[in-house]
Design a protein around this ligand. Sequence first.
Ligand code: ADP
Length: 165
Amino acid sequence: MTRKAIYPGSFDPVTLGHFDIIKRSSEVVDHLTVAVLDNPRKIELFSFQERFDMLKKITAGLPNVDVDFFKGLLVDYASAKNTRVIIKGLRAISDFEFEFQMALVNQRLDPKIETLFMMTNSEYAHLSSSIVKEVASLDGDISHMVPPELHEIIVNKIKAKNNGG
Ligand code: ADP
């Protein structure tokens, strides 16, 4: 049996915390799909395509990882992909409350789907996409927060936004 898993998120933008979860998950499953949530109701800084491209770039060296997108219910997406495992990262108790609720909802919606939690790497426990946006928009250094190959793309986008772009 191939052990497949899905790692879903907004990735607005991708951080080293996300990459760490991707890399570690890819080492314990046969195949990992990183799935970008395309939610028309949520206003993201990075377009869906930009978020997708960032993930493609950082996963290029991981042969058992692919990048996809989904709309609608995560359990429907997982079931359509014939994948039973959803991976979520946990940084703190505050993540737990929300993720716990979501996992229980998903369990009700489709009992075949299991949510597995992966603890953050202590080096990245403080990282979130919103912190990256906040620091970069105030001209702070985000080089220790995002993958090096995405640094320029992320800084430029946030600068453009600050300049009314
Ligand atoms: P955000 O980074 O804004 O919380 P995402 O929806 O992009 O939001 O996160 C996708 C998944 O990655 C979630 O399961 C989230 O808990 C996890 N995650 C995000 N940042 C980290 C981190 N620094 N360490 C561990 N998991 C993380």
